[in-house]
Every structure is written in C-alpha cells, then in structure tokens.
Design a protein around this ligand. Structure first.
Ligand code: A3P
Length: 267
C-alpha cells in the first residue's frame, strides 16, 4: 500500500517510455522490441531486461533506483492505469504502450506462471485457476477492468494499444508501427534483425530476457513450465473444455462490452 502511494507520487520524465500491461499478455516481448528499436540488438545483450527496462512496482531494482536512473528511462508496470499518476503522464506526454491478448490464452499462461513462481506456489488444477481468474481472484485483475481503463484512453496521442496476436501475425509490421510511435525510422534490415532477435525461439534461449536467473534465486520452480513457455495463439484449446469456453465467452460478452474489439483466438 505504501508502495502504491509512492507510485502515485512518482515523477515521470518527458522522454520516459512506459509499457503498461495485464500480466501474461506479451509484456516481455514488447519490452525487448522497444529496447532494440531504441538501442539496437547488440546493446540489448549487455544486461538483463530487468535492469534495462525495470518493473515499477517490484522490489528489484526498486522505486528509488528507477527515480535516480539517468537518460531515457524505459519502465514496465502491471498496474492498471487508474493507479498510475495520470495527470503527470498527460502533462509530460509520456509515451505509453499497452498490450492486450485474448483472455483465454492469458488465463492459460497465467496458470502456468503462478504454478512456476515460488512466491505464489499455486498447486491447483487449471479448472480451479479458471474459476479464480473468472471471479477476479488473480493479482492485477480483473483483466477486463485493466483493459477497459486503458481502452478508455485509446485516442490519447501518447498511448498506443497493441495486440499480442497482431505481433504474431505480422512482426515486421508491428515493429514498424512501434518504431513509428517512438519517432524512429528503421531500415528493413534493422527491422529484420529485431524480428529475428525477438522471435520466440531466440528469446527462449536468451538469458537476458528468459528469466532463467530466477532459478538460482529460488523464485522459480524449474519443474514447472519455463517463462518462455509456448508463445502461441490458441493454446487455450488444450485446456478449456466446451463448457469452460462457453462460460468464458459469456463472461467476456458481459464484462468487455465497452471494449469494441473482437479478440483473435487462433492464428
Ligand atoms: P505463454 O505462457 O502462452 O507461452 P508476459 O511477458 O506479459 O509475462 O507474457 C508472457 C507470455 O508471452 C508467455 O506466453 C510467453 O511465452 C510469451 N512470449 C514471450 N516472448 C515471446 C515471443 N518472442 N514470441 C511469442 N510469445 C512470447
């Protein structure tokens, strides 16, 4: 709570770039793409993403250290927009990227994540987690409210909303769009290099982004899925039965009614 109060008082800088997302929507992928657009692929290999693109509300590296960072800051947060200092963000025209993913794949990815993290140590079945997800018992939830809060600002000129499924469908076009929002002109060669560096296979092998150091810190149970787990659209079909799919469809219809997007559930 104390931390949230401090975040409300956090001072942004005009050239900060912020990735805001509900967990498991493709945050890490988007962060690495943004970093590479701004600094190049080679520079990305010098440090862990956690240091290059710190997580606002997490204990590491911590608010004080983010506040002291020099130069252009790249910041990640899972907090819903209402908990961020919106006035400061608007006043300074801070660039915000928000990524959405279809809620069924998010639920499956989140399930593996909470099983994997020793901090949550979830041992329930997917069916149990599905109920928790739908009854808003997961951190940063409910997802529809998180999405809605940013969707309400979709026309703000400092906000760009992206979709995980679009990145999957057209990575080069997505990189071009993200670069455009950052006022960067990339050559086709540079776009190709970033797309290759940020492919699922390459990110899975890259210790600077795959969070494998969590194993040594005891944060992750290595017997569970990896952070870079499957990276696919439509994995939900391996977890949902027809009844679950139908009940989530109704839940989405009821709760996402003010977000005029139709999510893509398969490639
Ligand atoms: P899965 O668990 O479905 O595999 P976040 O970074 O918001 O926590 O999201 C993690 C999800 O994004 C995981 O989904 C992860 O595999 C996927 N992801 C990360 N990098 C990716 C990439 N380069 N291509 C496709 N999916 C990626």
């Amino acid at each position: 709570m104390k931390n949230l109060d401090r975040i409300r008082d956090f001072t942004f800088k005009e050239d900060d770039v912020v990735v805001v997302s509900f967990p498991k929507t493709g945050t890490t992928w988007l962060q690495e793409i943004i970093y590479c657009i701004l600094h190049g692929v080679d520079e990305s290999l010098s440090q862990s993403l956690e240091d290059r693109f710190p997580y606002l509300e997490f204990i590491y590296p911590g608010l004080d250290s983010i506040q002291r960072m020099e130069g252009q800051r790249l910041i990640k947060t899972h907090l819903p927009y209402s908990l961020l200092p919106q006035e400061d963000i608007l006043k300074k025209n801070v660039k915000i990227f928000y990524i959405m993913r279809n809620p069924k794949d998010v639920a499956v990815s989140y399930y593996h994540f909470v099983r994997m993290m020793t901090i949550s140590n979830y041992s329930g079945s997917f069916d149990n987690f599905f109920e928790d997800f739908m009854s808003d018992k997961v951190p940063f939830g409910p997802i529809w409210k998180h999405y809605q809060e940013m969707w309400d600002h979709k026309n703000d000129q400092n906000i760009l909303i992206l979709f995980y499924e679009d990145l999957q469908k057209d990575i080069n076009g997505s990189i071009r769009k993200i670069a455009g929002f950052l006022n960067r002109n990339l050559t086709e060669k540079e776009i190709g290099e970033i797309a290759n560096h940020c492919s699922f296979d390459n990110m899975s092998q890259n210790p600077n982004v795959n969070y494998q150091h969590w194993d040594a810190l005891g944060i992750r149970k290595s017997s569970e899925a990896k952070f870079m787990r499957k990276g696919q659209v439509g994995d939900w079909k391996n977890y949902f039965n027809a009844e679950m799919s139908h009940s989530m469809d109704l839940w989405i219809e009821n709760n996402f009614r003010d977000i005029s997007v139709s999510f893509a559930y398969e490639n």
